[in-house]
Design a protein around this ligand. Structure first.
Ligand SMILES: [Zn+2]
Length: 251
């Protein structure tokens, strides 16, 4: 794999010339336990000096993961739903938090998710809700601030900063995995073109450049190409105009 990065380099030159900066963040989903792949993720975050927000599945998270994260400040735990269970009907897109069950049941799950991660990770857990498959019912969004959440994270550029009173939307924008096809890396040229388009839309004011630009990974399923592409991309963004964004702690 040796893709042509020139289109991205050229776009980043425009940013530097204009003196713009890009708030950049990293989310990695589905952690439950320490693994060899988590070692890789954690080492990479440290080397890049870019903390990674670890979307942890509360029901299955282990005490060993909590111990592991304690000595690694580059891992930032956030709440990935409750059990990562699909409640959608056959033929519907997968979802844990759409209205395939009662709102009350979902509220309880979002609440115990935060409580369980709080018990495991202490005040290091950030008040961010990451619904599995990036799907969530609007009715539940309204309830999240009451449960102590301050940030909702799904996918695609946000339309508004606050999706409910006291709840900021901070999404992910680039996912390098070809989920519907090979489950390997999407063609790097396609990913580079996507990144350039996302950045250009921000630079030219069509989307909100105050929203941290999110790169989404899934450490448990990465092959070598996915690791390498992610590292090169993040390095390029961080070299300028990117500045690391970390979700604030609950006050
Ligand atoms: Zn997930």
């Amino acid at each position: 794999m040796n893709p042509d990065w020139h289109p991205l380099d050229a776009e980043l030159d425009h940013w530097r010339a204009a003196g713009l900066s890009l708030p950049l963040w990293w989310r990695d989903d589905d952690a439950v336990a320490p693994t060899r792949q988590l070692d890789h993720l954690s080492d990479l975050a440290e080397n890049l000096n870019l903390p990674v927000h670890l979307a942890v599945i509360p029901r299955d998270a282990t005490g060993a993961l909590a111990e592991y994260a304690e000595g690694r400040p580059s891992l930032i735990p956030v709440v990935h739903g409750w059990a990562h269970t699909n409640h959608a009907l056959n033929g519907q897109k997968k979802a844990e938090f759409r209205l395939n069950r009662t709102l009350d049941e979902m509220v309880v799950d979002a609440q115990v998710g935060m409580a369980r991660l709080g018990a495991l990770f202490g005040d290091n857990v950030r008040p961010m809700f990451v619904p599995p498959w990036n799907r969530i019912a609007p009715e539940l969004i309204e309830q999240l601030p009451n449960l102590g959440y301050r940030i909702l994270s799904t996918a695609t550029p946000r339309k508004t900063r606050l999706v409910a009173s006291g709840l900021e939307q901070v999404n992910t924008h680039l996912d390098p995995i070809d989920w519907r096809g090979t489950r390997g890396l999407i063609s790097p040229e396609t990913l580079i073109a996507q990144t350039v388009e996302l950045l250009r839309n921000r630079r030219q004011g069509r989307t909100d450049n105050t929203e941290p630009f999110g790169v989404l990974t899934h450490h448990l399923v990465h092959d070598q190409d996915i690791w390498v592409f992610t590292e090169v991309l993040l390095r390029k963004l961080l070299r300028g105009p990117g500045t690391a964004w970390i979700a604030p702690k609950n006050k």
